[in-house]
Design a protein around this ligand. Structure first.
Ligand code: ADP
Ligand code: MG
Length: 611
């Protein structure tokens, strides 16, 4: 029999490798930014067009490359960063596999311009789909510019797989943040479709955090600094009262490389345990420095996992440093610094059992009772505004309930019309501040008040697309809001949708918006809380649902503006909810698919009493 094994052609091998390295435009951004840092750049400019689908360009003022290296860098396993396997145990660069550029060039049209300071002219190289097209001399400043056009132009299946621009741009910004955050001594600039998104001059860490996320971050964070023989921990953690529902700004960097680690997350969450609600997620920006020898580097560079040789010690130290920082800032349990918190643990060289440092605290401590906590007052404020919202929401149509939602009768589902008519004439009453009890055709029906109202509002907002935009009510005092860059970009992308739903929102300088108007039906809302809540829900929805933008926004808005449990309802309000609910297309389920109504039929009741 003849031989059947042959080596894959180079360009096919590169395309396969590209599958791992280049998942989406953001992967290209990460690799190019990291290369620029490894090249010693002090200024790095990222330019993206159409969320990187049309073009990604990274321009740095680093070392540049010689004409030979400029050609070589696109070869697989071409790297200047390691020479032997021993170097792997003492890595100080981001890259070392020499895979990224070969992979990127295999799936895009790449143009490289580069010049070293010792050369008089630069080099221009063009590569398309892994095929070398051209190399000439060119004018170039010292440094390197990579331009990556039409990613996946030669693999339509992968190009089609890319998400909408707002999602891809979000991934790019995520990568940009992960790289720019630890390298605050480097000037980073980012443009998206000719708009400057970031301009971050060299600074300290806190200024970089403020530049990337929001200027108010410096009031929300507590510093951490802890040096031991095993690890140096530094950075910032969020004050407990700024913890959010959505897991957001949680960053670990090990030797300035972004990593994800459920194990280390746990150490930090534990430190917050008595200070935040169990579903609240604190922010953190934590930097761990460990000897490169003590990290298992046998991991793929595009992955973000890491293995420490000494992970238990690191866990214990991290946990106690966070707890200590929170205590120091007077936001945590009282700590006895003198006796128990001074430690300097030696590297775990033998079989010595490391005991986590102990932290003493008052088990009766209750942050909600503390004057300085600010938590309690925030909650009552929210409660108060909810109450008010509810009142204004229904104020206008107490006299004419049909005005709220004007869904034509013919839209009603067949067979339900009987129930609908019946409902208006039947009595309602409320139990437990949560359920409306009513009766249709001799059946007992329980309605979940919050879910019912969420369903009603959701369908109401949804109808703004097919029917008419929701009218806007100008607010008396325009509300200024500062958002994180990600949220700012998001809200700009959702501009048209917000308009449709009756919002009048304008950009106002960097990361700031002004709210001039809100949907008329919502009356006098706390706009800040609502917008923040809506964006948070919108992002949560993105994580686990494949809903379209309008639908997602309607869900988020309904969730944040519906009446809540605990609200005492008057008879007329309850009847209105029941009536409007029955006018909904899908009255049985909340937008998230949770049951809204429970029915106990006449037969079931009869059967029960027959026993
Ligand atoms: P790696 O970073 O793993 O070495 P890459 O494929 O990303 O592999 O890059 C290959 C080589 O090209 C690098 O080792 C480096 O020598 C060179 N190189 C890449 N980008 C730049 C840059 N921006 N400036 C200077 N040299 C670069
Ligand atoms: Mg690299």
């Amino acid at each position: 029999m003849s031989n059947i094994i042959s080596l894959l052609p180079e360009h096919v091998a590169n395309q396969i490798a590209a599958g791992e390295v280049v998942q989406r435009p953001a992967s290209v951004v990460k690799e190019l930014l990291e290369n620029a840092i490894d090249a010693g750049a002090t200024q790095i400019k990222l330019i993206v067009k159409d969320a990187g689908k049309t073009q990604i360009q990274v321009i740095d003022n680093g070392s540049g490359m010689s004409p030979f290296d400029a050609r070589m860098c696109f070869e697989r396993h071409a790297t200047s960063k390691i020479k032997s396997a021993d170097d792997l145990f003492n890595l100080h660069t981001k890259g070392f596999r020499g895979e990224a550029l070969a992979s990127i060039a295999a799936v895009a049209q790449v143009e490289l311009k580069t010049k070293q300071s010792s050369d008089t002219v630069g080099q221009l190289i063009e590569i398309e789909g892994g095929k070398f097209v051209n190399q000439t001399e060119c004018q170039s400043p010292v440094g390197t510019s990579f331009s990556v056009k039409n990613l996946f132009f030669n693999i339509p299946a992968r190009r089609n797989f890319l998400k909408e621009d707002s999602t891809e741009l979000r991934h790019i910004i995520d990568e940009f943040e992960r790289v720019a955050l630890p390298h605050y001594n480097i000037h980073f600039i980012m443009y998206s479709n000719n708009n400057e998104i970031f301009n971050l001059p060299p600074s300290g860490l806190i200024q970089r955090i403020m530049g990337l996320f929001s200027n108010s971050m410096n009031q929300k964070l507590v510093p951490i600094e802890q040096t031991t023989d095993v690890v140096k921990i530094s950075g910032y953690v969020g004050k407990p009262e700024t913890a959010k529902k959505k897991r957001g700004d949680q960053y670990f960097f090990v030797n300035n490389r972004f990593i994800k680690s459920p194990y280390l997350n746990h150490a930090v969450y534990e430190a917050y345990r008595e200070l935040t609600a169990h579903d609240a997620h604190p922010a953190w920006y934590l930097f761990l420095e460990v000897d490169a020898k003590n990290i298992d580097i046998n991991i793929h560079p595009t992955k973000t996992e890491i293995k420490f040789i000494d992970d238990k010690t690191i866990y214990a130290l991290l946990h106690s440093s966070v707890k200590r920082a929170l205590g120091k800032a007077n936001v945590g349990p009282s700590l006895d610094f003198e006796s128990e918190m001074s430690f300097n643990i030696e590297a775990n060289t033998g079989n010595r059992i490391i005991e986590p440092p102990k932290v003493s605290y008052n088990p009766d401590y209750n942050p909600f009772k503390k004057n300085s906590g600010g938590y309690k007052s925030a909650e009552t404020e929210l409660e108060r505004s909810n109450k008010k919202n509810w009142e204004t929401l229904y104020e206008g149509f107490k006299s004419n309930p049909e005005e709220l939602i004007d869904i034509p009768l013919e839209n009603q589902i067949e067979g339900q019309s009987e129930l609908k008519q019946a409902s208006v004439t039947y009595k309602t009453f409320q139990v437990g501040g949560k359920y409306i009890v009513t009766s249709f055709n001799n059946d007992v029906v329980l309605v979940d008040q919050q879910r019912a109202h969420e369903r009603i509002l959701y369908e109401h907002f949804l109808s703004s697309k097919e029917q008419k935009p929701i009218s806007t009510q100008k607010v008396l005092f325009p509300v200024h809001l500062e958002l994180s860059t990600n949220d700012f970009v998001l809200i700009r992308n959702l501009d048209a949708e917000f308009k449709l739903l009756g919002f009048d929102i304008e950009p106002f300088g960097k990361n700031n918006i002004v709210i001039n108007g809100t949907p008329a039906e919502l009356g006098d809302f706390n706009a800040q809380q609502m917008i923040e809540g809506v964006l948070e829900n919108y992002k949560l929805n993105l994580l686990d649902k494949k809903v379209d933008i309008h639908d997602n926004l309607c869900r988020a808005l309904a969730k944040n503006t519906c009446i809540k449990y605990g609200k005492n309802l008057e008879e007329a309000e309850m009847q209105m909810i029941v009536t409007h609910l029955l006018n909904c297309t899908d009255p049985l389920y909340s937008p998230n698919g949770k049951p809204v109504m429970m029915e106990i039929s006449r037969e079931e009741t009869e059967k029960f009493f027959k026993r």
